[in-house]
Unconditional design. Structure first.
Length: 30
C-alpha cells in the first residue's frame, strides 16, 4: 500500500467511526 492510500484509508476510518458514533448518539438519546 502506498503512503497516499494509507492516508486515505485512515481518513475513511475516521469518517466511518464518527458516523457510527453520531448514529449511536441518535439511537441512545436518554
Amino acid at each position: 500500500m502506498s503512503h497516499l492510500q494509507a492516508n486515505n484509508y485512515k481518513r475513511l476510518n475516521k469518517q466511518v467511526a464518527s458516523q457510527t458514533l453520531q448514529n449511536h448518539r441518535k439511537l441512545c438519546q436518554h
